[in-house]
Design a protein around this ligand. Structure first.
Ligand code: NAD
Length: 441
């Protein structure tokens, strides 16, 4: 089967590489000519474990290719995936301009039957708009060509995207014709052979499923952050509470970690977009409004603790920030909580030294020369007044405590992800602050 993927970001590139890996012939298309030129040379625009090898392997075998020309990719293709960005518009709703642009362009160039599949996260009703866009373009060409539109939202996690795509918890496919269903069944057959479910449903439900899933995950995070903050006040320890509640299978142990708020390119925008969808239909999603509000406050929790420790005055002090990406194993800096923290420290007159194992280049685009980029985690800490752990990369999990202590001006550590053992740290002579416990509150 020949497939075209439009958009070579985290989703498009992983989808393209993984489909090629199982024998599909894939052409990836992007409007970003520089990105395509680099991909053609085997240089990836993103950090994603396992992806470079897979892209190179499939490029070499001729099953995966890259182009800026959608028109040249369409002949012979059976399926076109739309995997372009859907950033938030001014009112929080998903901006569909890139998705609809692609749909129009497909209609301008298609010569035979195609199944158009939205893989981007898009609100209910988008498939109908994609349908109209294709129809308009075909009418302008005075052509009638058969096509189907389907919804196939993507659930991969950055940092584990390849594995998630190859071994999906589930594949959700919204279809309205038997033919569309059969094509997707055939395409995904290699991925579901080992019992991974392929769930067919109507298109609106598929579109909604993606938002409902992300909003539920964001809700768990904000809920745990809320409970963590109460734990601090009442003298309980969220780490113990987390284990206590996570043992109940109705709750489950995953995704119960408090921290400094969710970020990234999906949760913030998808929660906003779902709230906005509710508004458009006259319904107020009150839980999600609270989820957002809690998250905004939580992003300030570490800088508040720092300010409280120094009695509100951190002018001239230096802080080492460990971790910049919004989560480990990615270089994605979109909506990273580290940025809110760093801005608060800078605004209060402090200097900031940062280190991240992978996201330094991405962070440089955003932070410029407002901070110092250190060569490693210890260089960031040298002479600093405290270390602030922001992203729980493995590299930060077992520091050389005596070395760190000797490098710091003050043996002070703010742990935004609760990855350290407060008792052990106090033994090493550190003052330790975590999230949702009573250690040095
Ligand atoms: P991204 O920003 O990394 O990549 C989008 C790509 O689309 C860019 O390379 C851009 O140049 C390209 N593009 C834009 N308009 C185009 C056009 N007209 N023709 C060709 N290419 C075009 O985005 P992403 O993170 O891969 O996300 C894509 C979609 O998937 C979004 O809707 C997102 O919400 C959803 N999603 C993302 C993730 C994730 O973890 N990043 C997970 C699941 C779903």
């Amino acid at each position: 089967m020949k497939v075209v993927i439009v958009g070579t970001g985290y989703v498009g590139l992983v989808t393209g590489a993984c489909l090629a890996e199982v024998g599909t012939s894939v052409t990836c298309v992007d409007v970003d000519a520089a990105k395509i030129a680099r991909l053609q040379k085997g240089v990836l625009p993103i950090y994603e474990p396992g992806l470079p090898e897979m892209v190179m392997r499939n490029q070499a075998s001729g099953r995966l290719s890259f182009t800026t020309s959608l028109a040249s990719a369409l002949p012979g293709a059976e399926v076109v995936f739309i995997a372009v960005g859907t950033p938030p518009g001014e009112d929080g709703s998903a901006d569909l301009k890139y998705v609809l642009q692609v749909a129009h362009e497909v209609g301008q160039h298609m010569e035979h039957y195609l199944l158009l599949v939205t893989k981007s996260t898009v609100p209910v009703g988008t498939a109908a708009r994609v349908n109209r866009a294709v129809k308009e373009s075909l009418s302008a060409r005075q052509l009638i060509i058969d096509y189907d539109v389907a919804s196939n939202p993507e659930f991969l996690k950055e940092g584990a995207a390849v594995n998630d795509f190859l071994k999906p918890d589930r594949i959700v496919a919204g279809v309205s014709t038997t033919h569309a269903r059969e094509v997707l069944e055939q395409l995904y057959r290699p991925f579901v052979l080992n019992g991974h479910p392929l769930l067919f449903m109507d298109i609106a439900s598929a579109e909604m499923t993606k938002y409902a899933a992300n909003a539920m995950l964001a809700t768990r995070i904000s809920y745990m952050n809320d409970i963590a903050n109460v734990c601090t006040l009442v003298g309980a320890d969220i780490n113990q509470v987390r284990k206590g509640i996570g043992s109940d299978p109705r709750i489950g142990k995953h995704f119960l970690y408090p921290g400094i708020g969710y970020g990234g390119s999906c949760f913030p925008k998808d929660v906003k977009a779902l709230i906005q969808t509710g508004r458009e239909y006259g319904y107020q999603l009150r839980i999600l409004e609270a989820v957002e509000a809690v998250n905004e406050d939580q992003k300030k929790i570490l800088s508040d603790k720092v300010l409280r420790h120094f009695d509100g005055d951190i002018k001239g002090r230096t802080f080492a920030v460990w971790g910049l990406s919004f989560k480990p194993n990615t270089d994605d800096m979109r909506e990273a909580p580290s940025l809110v923290l760093i801005n608060s420290l800078l605004e209060a007159g402090a200097q900031v030294r940062v280190y991240d194992p992978v996201a330094m280049e991405e962070a440089l685009h955003v932070l410029g020369d407002s901070v110092v980029f250190a060569d490693d985690m210890y260089a960031a800490a040298t002479g600093a007044d405290a270390v602030l752990l922001v992203t729980e990369w493995n590299a930060f999990r077992m520091p050389d405590w005596p070395r760190l202590r000797s490098l710091l001006q003050i043996p002070l550590l703010f742990d935004g992800r609760n990855i350290y053992d407060d008792v052990q740290l106090v033994k090493h002579g550190f003052i330790y602050y975590g999230i949702g416990n009573t250690a040095a509150t």
